[in-house]
Design a protein around this ligand. Structure first.
Ligand SMILES: NC(=O)c1ccc[n+]([C@@H]2O[C@H](COP(=O)([O-])OP(=O)(O)OC[C@H]3O[C@@H](n4cnc5c(N)ncnc54)[C@H](OP(=O)(O)O)[C@@H]3O)[C@@H](O)[C@H]2O)c1
Length: 241
């Protein structure tokens, strides 16, 4: 049996096996009925949290997750994604390093995957009250903020995700007046994703996953439908696309 949290909210976190996703599940579990969705089953989950399997490589698993969750969801958070691929290929520093297969895979994980989650899960947002669809993007996916270049596939996949978030916010706004659809930048967070790139970080710039999750939930809690379609950072500041 899943636990019904104090607020009566129902939430699902995709990427619950990841650094930020797991921390989001831990925090949300104290206040909501939570579904933890991931490809790999987490070693442990807070009491009452129900694990849901999904894999971006099989859309049917996302459709099946809808059936497991059943009723309406107040929060759908997509905390999956990749910067380095499982074969070890990392982000490109030059256009000369772009490889079709690696770029395709990064777009599959960071752009198309969240789009498929939206396809299957946006219909579960209630029409009569506030609800949130939040996808973890990245500040480096902002075109206007890009001053140093590099990481071509990752940046482009997040920029494309930002565009989808804007599109979905517009579409959702027509039927769900209270819905919020946003992209979020979590800061630089101490997870497997950032681990290979942490050595040159300025002192104090690396955030622990639990702190990052707290920041993100604070931002989500403060958003209104007027914020829909935008990218916000961990402090709640809007980042221009
Ligand atoms: N960490 C940072 O500094 C940082 C900064 C900016 C933005 N972000 C964004 O925040 C999000 C979470 O990042 P993180 O740092 O928590 O990364 P992480 O610890 O590496 O977690 C990545 C998650 O993505 C999942 N995933 C990968 N391939 C998948 C697939 N085929 N199907 C389903 N799930 C799959 C992983 O599942 P498995 O466990 O099964 O592999 C894992 O749950 C990402 O979108 C990332 O781009 C992170």
């Amino acid at each position: 049996m899943t636990q019904v949290g104090q607020s009566g909210e129902r939430a699902i976190v995709f990427g619950a096996s990841g650094g930020i996703g797991a921390a989001l599940v831990n925090l949300l579990a104290g206040r909501a009925e939570v579904f933890a969705a991931s490809r790999t089953q987490p070693e442990s989950l807070p009491d009452g949290v129900q694990w849901v399997h999904f894999d971006f490589d099989e859309e049917a698993t996302i459709a099946a997750a809808v059936k497991t969750v059943g009723g309406p969801l107040d929060q759908v958070i997509v905390a999956s994604g990749a910067l380095t691929l499982q074969d070890g290929s990392g982000p490109e520093r030059s256009f000369k390093q772009v490889e079709r297969a690696a770029m395709t895979r990064i777009f599959h994980l960071n752009t198309i995957g969240p789009a498929l989650i939206a396809k299957h899960f946006l219909p579960l947002l209630p029409r009569d009250r506030r609800s949130v669809f939040a996808a973890l993007s990245a500040r480096v996916g902002s075109i206007s903020d890009n001053g140093i270049g590099g990481w071509h596939s990752y940046r482009a996949s997040k920029a494309a995700l930002n565009m989808l978030v804007r599109n979905y916010a517009i579409e959702l706004g027509r039927t769900h007046k209270h819905a919020v659809c946003v992209a979020l930048h979590p800061g630089t967070v101490d997870t497997a994703l950032s681990q290979p790139f942490q050595s040159n970080l300025p002192e104090g710039q690396l955030t622990a996953p639990a702190e990052a999750a707290g920041n993100l939930l604070r931002v989500i809690d403060g958003l209104t439908p007027e914020d829909s379609g935008h990218l916000f950072d961990w402090a709640g500041e809007r980042v221009e696309f």
